[in-house]
Design a binder for this molecule. Structure first.
Ligand SMILES: Nc1nc2c(ncn2[C@@H]2O[C@H](COP(=O)(O)OP(=O)(O)OP(=O)(O)O)[C@@H](O)[C@H]2O)c(=O)[nH]1
Ligand SMILES: [Mg+2]
Length: 250
């Protein structure tokens, strides 16, 4: 394994991003793993990007985008940027809001495989958990993942989670520019595309902690998008099993 890069999308995460970068800094100085980070900010009105800039951390770059374009678009821009840099063998995706814990990174790093591979931080498996989520939100997440699992026929337990590690080899095998999911169905789309390439998938239990600072960007529109897109993908996979492979895999 060469160097890793952690992509962190932000929209109004002024408080959370400082905490996360501080935790990553102390982990980085004691870790055997070499990594950089890229904060992908959509011109947050709360000046998240300027705050990160002022922290002046040598291994953190900022990718500034003109306005709020959704999680999927932010990640695709981030992938483009880091795939152009050949020093990175693996790309970590991580929320800025503290829900994805730095403490879970060592186990995720240890699960990395060579070749086309994906490591999925997983809440819904033995050892995984969720802290401070009401039962209703837990139910929504579990049902969403179960629905995606059945609709797409992919045997993974956390298809909507965003704490992952992709190998650069896997991302380079995908037609990323042809993906258009915005909300958390971007995570489902990426898991499906990885599955289509035959990538090795490893699930690692994580503890997901509800954000303390800032506000969620989750909306009804995001849930509806996930539901309609997943149903459409599921149908397509049954009706035209090879078409989605042609669409997603180079
Ligand atoms: N650049 C960018 N980042 C975004 C956008 N929407 C969300 N994010 C970031 O993506 C991460 C996940 O978003 P959250 O609002 O926490 O959404 P969530 O984790 O699905 O939902 P919660 O569990 O309610 O927090 C956070 O770091 C956000 O700041 C966006 O449009 N652009
Ligand atoms: Mg969140």
């Amino acid at each position: 394994m060469d160097k890793l890069v952690i992509l962190i999308p932000t929209y109004n995460e002024a408080v959370s991003i400082v905490e996360l970068l501080e935790k990553l800094s102390s982990f980085r100085s004691s870790s055997q793993y070499l990594f950089d980070a890229v904060v992908i900010d959509d011109n947050s009105p709360d000046k998240t990007a300027e705050i990160v800039d002022r922290m002046a951390i040598s291994w953190v770059q900022i990718l500034r985008r003109p306005g709020k374009g959704g999680l999927g678009a932010a990640y695709r821009a981030g992938f483009d940027k880091v795939l152009a840099d050949s020093q990175y063998s693996h790309i970590v995706t991580m929320d800025a809001d503290g829900s994805h814990r730095v403490e879970d990174l060592p186990a995720m790093f240890a699960a990395i495989k060579t070749g086309k591979s994906i490591v999925l931080g997983t809440r819904w498996m033995p050892g995984g958990s969720v802290v401070n989520w009401p039962k209703s939100r837990q139910l929504l997440s579990k049902c969403g993942t179960l629905y995606a699992k059945l609709a797409l026929g992919i045997n993974l337990n956390d298809l909507t989670g965003g704490f992952r590690i992709y190998s650069a080899e896997l991302l380079k095998a995908l037609n990323l520019q042809d993906m258009n999911a915005t909300g958390y169905c971007f995570q489902i789309e990426m898991a499906m595309a990885a599955d289509l390439t035959g990538a090795v998938a490893t699930q690692v239990p994580i503890t997901f902690v509800e954000r303390i600072n800032g506000v969620s960007k989750m909306s009804k529109a995001i849930v509806v998008e996930a539901l309609t897109q997943t149903s459409r993908w599921g149908l397509m996979r049954r009706l035209r099993p090879n078409a989605d492979k042609l669409h997603y895999v180079k």
